[in-house]
Design a protein around this ligand. Structure first.
Ligand code: ACO
Length: 313
């Protein structure tokens, strides 16, 4: 199997921090309710004039600078998102324009809800196998504030804006196992529109919870079976940062210590397709990810989709 290697990562969030107390001045909620149900303490929300593409470009510039590669060597640029600035053109094409990426490469958005970054990894892996160019730019970027209903306390407290990016290359013989799937469900989680009325997030909270606490451990077990590794041999599990209780339940079901699961939803809220690349960048920056470590990323989200990747850092 030819596996992806992360050359670099980057992240970008809006300047404005909105705490749970700030949210309690907008809807009937409390810091205590949000923290105990979700583990979230604050989130970043865009200000006037800030776009999703701004966030994507901020994260992508950082990743490209750190990778030290020429844009001419990129084979593809993909943005995983379910909250693009426009239905068309894609955020990826607008990133291409803003960063002056070469014209002879495919640039497109991919929507797999909160699982987008995992779908993106397999997508760029495919492109790298057929391209003569060596590198891929993959961004998970969301401006969920554009689809948050600020009168619906059951959803608006959960989400945040942000983007994470990675520059990747393919290496022969490198550890790589993936598992992607979808259930074709539009009842549990959806964003309506475009059409009459505002585009907003609708969610059956308990339905999402039930799906997530099954999908996360099942995906982890599938990756274990495919790789022949045990969870003891995995250094980090980096799950989609939806909710602390989902991660704690998954940890119990897998009999894996909670310390193995990286968590940062306290500071960002749920940033959908951006949550895993933001987590990777934070961990990278803090030196938590070391070359040779075995890492498992697992996402789950609207669709209902799930996706996992097991690889070496
Ligand atoms: N503040 C205060 N009260 C609230 C809030 C809020 N922000 N939101 C809902 N409530 C109320 C409801 O109105 C309801 O009140 P009622 O009983 O009087 O009708 C009550 O709280 C429901 O409370 P609980 O039963 O304790 O809620 P529950 O334990 O189901 O937790 C939650 C709700 C957190 C949404 C849970 O179902 C959950 O974690 N679901 C997963 C959702 C999720 O993570 N979504 C992320 C997006 S999807 C993704 O990323 C894949």
């Amino acid at each position: 199997m030819n596996g992806l290697r992360f050359l670099s990562t980057g992240r970008c969030v809006p300047a404005r921090i909105v705490t749970n107390d700030d949210m309690s001045r907008i809807v009937d909620t409390s810091d205590e309710w949000i923290r105990t149900r979700t583990g979230i303490a604050q989130r970043y929300l865009s200000g006037d004039g800030e776009t999703a593409v701004d966030l994507c470009v901020g994260a992508a510039r950082q990743a490209m600078d750190r990778a030290g590669i020429s844009p001419e060597d990129l084979a593809v640029c993909v943005v995983a998102t379910c909250s693009p600035d426009h239905a068309a053109p894609s955020n990826a094409c607008l990133v291409q324009a803003a960063m002056g990426l070469p014209e002879n490469i495919p640039c497109f958005d991919l929507n797999a809800g909160c699982t987008g970054f995992l779908y993106g990894l397999e997508t760029v892996r495919g492109f790298l196998t057929i391209s003569e160019k060596k590198y891929a730019l993959l961004i998970g970027g969301e401006q969920l504030s554009r689809v948050m209903d600020m009168t619906d306390r059951s959803t608006c407290v959960l989400f945040g804006d942000g983007a994470g990016a990675a520059v990747l290359t393919l290496e022969e013989g490198r550890l790589w196992h993936a598992d992607l799937g979808s259930r074709g469900n539009a009842e549990v989680l959806w964003v309506n529109g475009p059409g009459p009325g505002p585009c907003t997030i609708h969610m059956d909270g308990p339905g999402v919870y039930r799906f997530a606490v099954e999908a996360l451990p099942t995906c982890a077990k599938t990756l274990m079976a495919k790789s022949g590794l045990t969870l003891d041999q995995v250094d980090w599990i980096i799950p989609h940062q939806a909710n602390r209780r989902i991660i704690e339940t998954a940890s119990r079901r897998l009999h894996a210590p909670i310390e193995k699961f990286y968590q940062n939803m306290e500071r960002y809220g749920n940033t959908s397709a951006a949550s895993i690349p933001i987590a990777l960048d934070e961990m990278n920056e803090q030196g938590l990810l070391q070359p040779g470590q075995t890492v498992m990323c697992i996402g789950f989200g609207a669709g209902l989709t799930w996706g996992g990747a097991l690889f070496q850092w």
